[in-house]
Each structure stands twice: as C-alpha cells, then as structure tokens.
Design a protein. Structure first.
Length: 713
C-alpha cells in the first residue's frame, strides 16, 4: 500500500496511518516510555506486521517487523491471549522468552496490549521503559495503554470496514517525535551553538544511526570534517568504528535508555572515549580523549560480553537440533559450562517423588550418589520461592543450606544455579550448574543464565516429550509383535525385528505366524506407512484383522481383500503393504497373496535362490474393491522361504531391485545350518543398527525333511 505523499496513495488508509502515528506518540510521552511500536494483525496469515515504530534502532525494528502468532514473543502472546503482557526487566524477559532475551540483552521493561474492537483483535501496541524490575505496571501507564489501545483498535476496525485497511510496508516506518515538542525555527542552530561552546565533542545519531548533528570539537577528535559525517551512518563514515562492540553499546543505550560507554582507537593510534546518552530516538555521543590504561579493560569487557552472547546464540542453534534428552544433556555439558565458566553440571529429573540423575559432568561419584534416589525436597522461605519456572541462585554453601537444610556433600562446589525444567506446565527436573568457588551473581549474569535456562527448558521439554512418545510407541509395537512363534511338525522358523536408528520415530513393520491346524501355517509380513503412533496402532489393526479372517478359513486372496476393506474404512489416509503365505506342510506348497509387498525369496538346496514374484495387488487401504490373486509355489523338503520388509534391502540412493537381488545372492541356507544363524547374518549384512533409516523385519520358514506332517493326497 502506498504511504502518504506517494502517487496512488489511498486517502482513507493514509489518514488512519497518520492517526496511528499521533496515538503512538501520545502513548509514549504520556507514560514516560522511550520505545513504542504498533503492530497490525493479518488474520488470514496469522501474521503481526509492525506498521510504525518510535525510539528503536532501525535494524532492531527490521528484525522484529514480522512475527507469526505462533512465535514466542511478548506481542504475539498478548494477541493470542488477548491480555496485557508485562515484563519488568531482562531477567523476566529471559525467563518467559529466552530467545527474545538473547536477541535483546538490554535493560528495559516491555508491555504489550492487544488492540481490540468489535469483539476482534486488530493488532497490538508495544511500549518500552527504563526499568528497575517492577513486577507490576503502575495505574497511570495501564490506564493510558487501555485508552490509547482502545482508540487504535477502533481506528483499525473502521479503516477495515471502509475497505481501506492499514497495510504495513515490508519495512516499518520510524517516527521522529520532534514534531510532538513543536521546537522553534532556530532550535537546531541554538543547540549546535551551545554544544560547540563545550570542550568535549558531541554528535547526535538518529534511530537509523545517521549523524544529524556534529560539533567542531567532535569533528576534530574524529579527524574528519563535519560535512563528511552529517546525513551518513556513523560507522560507515568512520570505518574504524564499524565494530560489533561499538554497535552493541549504541543499541544498548537506545533500547535500555541508559548511558553506555566504549573506547575506540583511531587509525593513527589515538584512543578516544565515547559516552552514549540515549534520547528519543537515537543517542547523543560525548567524545573525549582517553588514556590507554583506563580504557583497555572497558573495551575488553565489552568484547567479552559480546563473545559470551555469541556462545549462547551458538548454544540456542545447537539446542534447536537436539532430539533426545541425552542430546540436550550433552549440549549443556559441552556448551553451557564453558560459556558460564562453571565447573560442574547435573541434569536431575523427578521419578516417583525421587531424584534421578540423567547426566552429569564435573561431579564425583560421592556427590552423584547423594543426588540419586533422594526424595524431592522443598525450599524454605529463605531460599527458592517455590516458583517452578524461576531459576534459583546460591552464591555460597551457606545460601544453599539456608534453602535446603538437608543438603548432603557438595562435591567440592561452592556456588550453584538451578535452572528449572518444565514440561506440559509441570516441573520435571532441574539443570544444576556449579562453581568451585563462591560466586556473586550480578544482574547481567542472572539474566543470561535465565535465558540459558529457558532455552534448555524448551529443548528438554521437546526431548522429554519425544522420548516418552517414542518409548510408548516402541512399547505398543513390541506388545503387538508375537513374543513366541507356534511350533509345527515339519517346519522350522526364525524371526527378527530391528527398529530403525535410535532417536527416530517408531515404524509399523509387523510379522506373524498363525496356526490354522497342525499342518497348515499362515505367515504374514507387512509394513504400515509412516513412523509414528498411528502407524504402530494401524499395524495392530492389520494383524488382528488378518488373524480373524485366516482363522475363518479364507483363502490368502480373500484374507487380504477383507482386511483391505476394513483398513480403507478406518484409516483411508494410511496404506499398508502385506504378504500373506498359507504354508501347507502336507502338500509342501505355499499359497501366496501380496498387497504391494516385496517379493519373497526361496532358497533351494544345491541351487541359487529364487525371487518369487507373485501377482501383486494394491496396497491395503487404497481401494475397498481391490482384488488379490493367490499364487501357488512348491516348497520341497529343505527349501527355505524368506519374507522381509524394505529396511533389509533398501539403501539411501540405491535401487530397490538391486537390494532384492543382493539379498537373493547372499541367501544360501545350508542343510545343517540353524535358521537363527542365517537370520542374524542377513540382519547384520543390512548395515549397522545405528545407521538404519527404516525398520527391518525378517521371517524365515524352512520345510523340514520328511518325517513331519504326512504328505497329502
């Protein structure tokens, strides 16, 4: 949508945007905020787009310009739950939104309110304050936000009703609030004259980091002419100032509305001291000469802080890829300990009211034994406040014992942080970080550790839920597979099932051996589409249906047809391959019917193995009217039939027919060789278990030498 002054602009929408600007300025200055933004909601895309901002650096506004409603951020939560969201400081931000706290590790409080009108949400108003960590907003800001938010909501609703909604640009507009103060015509010259009379150098940078004013003293200290600075980005006009530390100090001053400082060295080696005083928007820089001894530490400290932040951002990226609880524990040990300069860690979970050590690093056996199996204790009033989502900090053994009087051996540690682990809204454990010396946790480190705790909690919750889901699916699948196969005279049997790579979801491979009478066995093998609980459940349905129809005396083709009708009606979006074999031990023949399953392999004594390719019908679950043909295969004494799933023959990037041919080539059952040994060799030849990408099921059937069931007529 075109903005005011553009050709083809929409007057109604332009007026609405202008009124939003006025209301935003009113809200910011009425409550003493230094940051503000208005978001407009696109309900169709569930997207919040920043329409206008004041006080925030341009690059920061760009980063937060587009947010999905599902994104973890204060403004999205306010819209989703239609309520005020208030975070009093960066520690509160780190607890609630660790990723946002890492992106904005600065001292400021933030409030977000939904813009509601006519029973719908149209956007959100966000304001930021310099704060001391207040837990609640005073009445005055609340009233202003309620009033201004209601007027903004009505404005957006009315614009939408007129068919001229406010549609944000890809980049938000940045307001200059000077017009709210109505300065005189010579205010700029007067300010420049006043500043130039001072011995220090002064520059003013706007919200985009561009120089709007520079004094002669500042130009002299920076070794350039004022005309080379005004209207340009400070770091681009002076490349020797293009440094992440300096940029971070600028953003910290703007976003926290607190003075910051840094030192920089000119190309000729002279050190300068920069003091950043925030305004709305932008900052005023006070520039003075600096002595090397007094500035090196400050600069190094700034770099250490940025380096620490990068370490944590690296941790966040790694945790996003963690799959299991063990992955999370290893990442905490490998990444968090060095970033926090801690000496030990332990991840503890609760199991039936007692502590269980999931992982540990840096603790001795005695300390771990003191943790493991202990009842879960309760903190006293002097210690942790009992909030399951709040990190706890203990700078000495005395502080720890004040909170937990029954604390046992500390393993040589003298300071601790307990980062809670929460899943489904309840406490499931804690991540314990420990230092070998007493430690004073400053506000900055508390905020950083809280952010780390939030990241670890989110990753551990995902992993914990995944592990439990995986264990449940494995248990379900294992319970549905036969524990013992029936014995038949004249038939030897061996079966194997190997799950896919540990850490991945469960699959739906199944097999079964059914006694129809003493000399008639039905062998079944199949593969359900998918790797989840639904696949495991469908596997059980297919196996049960096949058993029922086989016991009723149906032919192999009829068994598959009737099972197909059931699965098509119950789960039309899931498909199952299946091979059904009725093994007549009297006649020594196998009656086969296939629903898109891999062909069995028949190993004959003294001859190469044969791939039996029965007439195959559609997968089960596609067409309820599908028909399945029965094929008869002779199985002489000593012959072995192999039924298998694709995990045994399929290789990433390989051709399936090549894998089947390779299986046939190595399928050489010898007369005296136990089938169990042959099954183990075939499974081993399929590859290492920790590298599998699919389940593998194998069922071997060998027609015994004469002496079992008497031959039929």
């Amino acid at each position: 949508m075109a903005r005011p002054g553009d050709s083809g602009s929409i007057p109604g929408a332009a007026i609405a945007s202008s009124r939003l600007d006025d209301l935003l300025i009113e809200a910011v200055f009425s409550v003493g905020a230094h940051l503000g933004a208005v978001y407009v909601l696109d309900p169709g895309d569930e997207l919040l787009a920043m329409e206008v901002s004041i006080g925030a650096p341009a690059d920061t506004a760009r980063v937060w310009a587009r947010l999905r409603l599902s994104d973890p951020a204060p403004v999205t939560l306010a819209v989703r739950e239609r309520r005020l969201v208030w975070l009093g400081d960066r520690v509160a931000m780190a607890r609630a939104f660790p990723a946002a706290a890492l992106a904005l590790p600065y001292h400021f409080g933030v409030a977000a309110v939904p813009l509601c009108a006519g029973g719908a949400v149209w956007g959100a108003l966000v304001l930021g304050w310099p704060t001391g960590g207040e837990s609640e907003l005073p009445r005055r800001p609340l009233d202003v936000m309620d009033d201004v938010g209601a007027r903004m909501g009505r404005l957006l609703r009315q614009a939408h009703a007129r068919g001229q909604p406010v549609v944000p640009h890809p980049l938000p507009r940045l307001l200059n609030p000077v017009r709210a103060h109505a300065p005189g015509p010579y205010a700029g010259l007067t300010a420049l004259s006043c500043l130039s009379s001072l011995p220090e150098g002064y520059c003013h940078l706007d919200g985009r980091g561009q120089v709007t004013l520079v004094t002669a003293a500042a130009a002299e200290l920076l070794a350039c002419r004022p005309s080379e600075l005004v209207g340009k980005r400070f770091s681009r006009a002076l490349p020797w100032l293009d440094d992440p530390v300096h940029e971070d100090r600028y953003r910290a001053a703007v976003l926290s509305h607190r003075p910051t400082a840094f030192t920089a060295r000119r190309p000729d080696g002279r050190l300068l001291s920069f003091r950043c005083y925030p305004s709305v928007p932008g900052v005023t820089l006070r520039i003075t000469p600096a002595d090397a001894p007094g500035t090196a530490g400050e600069d190094a400290g700034g770099r250490a802080g940025v380096t620490g932040l990068h370490d944590v951002l690296h941790l966040a990226t790694a945790l996003a890829r963690a799959t299991t609880a063990r992955d999370v524990a290893d990442l905490v040990a490998d990444r968090v300990l060095p970033a926090c300069e801690a000496q030990a860690m332990a991840i503890l979970t609760w199991d039936s009211g007692r502590i269980r050590v999931v992982a540990a690093r840096g603790y001795g056996a005695e300390a771990l034994e003191s943790f493991h199996g202990r009842p879960i204790g309760q903190a006293t009033d002097e210690g942790h406040d009992g909030d399951e989502g709040t990190p706890a900090f203990y700078g000495s053994p005395d502080e720890l014992r004040a909170a937990y009087p029954d604390t046992g051996p500390t393993g040589g540690m003298n300071a601790w942080t307990m980062l809670p682990l929460v899943a489904l809204g309840r406490s499931i454990g804690t991540c314990l970080l420990a230092w070998d010396r007493p430690h004073e946790f400053g506000e900055g480190q508390r905020a950083m550790l809280s952010a780390i705790g939030g990241l670890v909690t989110q990753a551990f919750e995902r992993a914990w839920l995944y592990d439990h889901k995986h264990q449940l699916a494995q248990s379900l699948q294992s319970s549905l597979l036969p524990k013992d196969l029936p014995e038949f005279p004249g038939l030897e049997v061996a079966a194997r099932y190997v799950p896919l790579t540990p850490g991945m979801d469960i699959g739906g491979d199944f097999y079964d051996l059914i006694r129809l009478d003493d000399c008639l066995a039905a062998a079944v093998i199949g593969d359900v589409q998918g790797h989840d609980m639904t696949a495991a459940a469908l596997m059980g349905q297919a196996r049960t249906a096949i058993r029922a129809h086989a016991a009723a005396g149906a032919s192999p083709g009829e068994v598959l047809s009737r099972t197909n009708q059931l699965l098509t009606a119950q789960t039309p979006d899931r498909f199952t391959s299946c091979l059904y074999v009725a093994f007549d031990l009297r006649r020594r023949v196998a009656l086969l019917a296939s629903a898109g399953h891999l062909p069995p392999v028949l190993g004959l004594l003294g001859a190469p193995a044969e791939v039996i390719d029965p007439s195959s019908g559609l997968l089960l679950g596609i067409d309820p009217d599908a028909e399945y043909v029965t094929t008869t295969v002779n199985v002489p004494p000593g012959a072995t039939l192999a039924l298998y799933t694709d995990g045994l023959v399929e290789k990433p990037g390989g051709d399936l027919s090549d894998g089947i041919a390779a299986l046939a080539a190595r399928f050489t059952p010898a007369p005296g060789r136990p089938l169990d040994d042959l099954a183990d060799d075939l499974i081993a030849a399929a590859g290492e278990e920790d590298r599998r990408t699919d389940d593998s099921a194998l069922l071997l059937l060998r027609s015994a030498a004469p002496g079992g069931c008497p031959p039929g007529v």
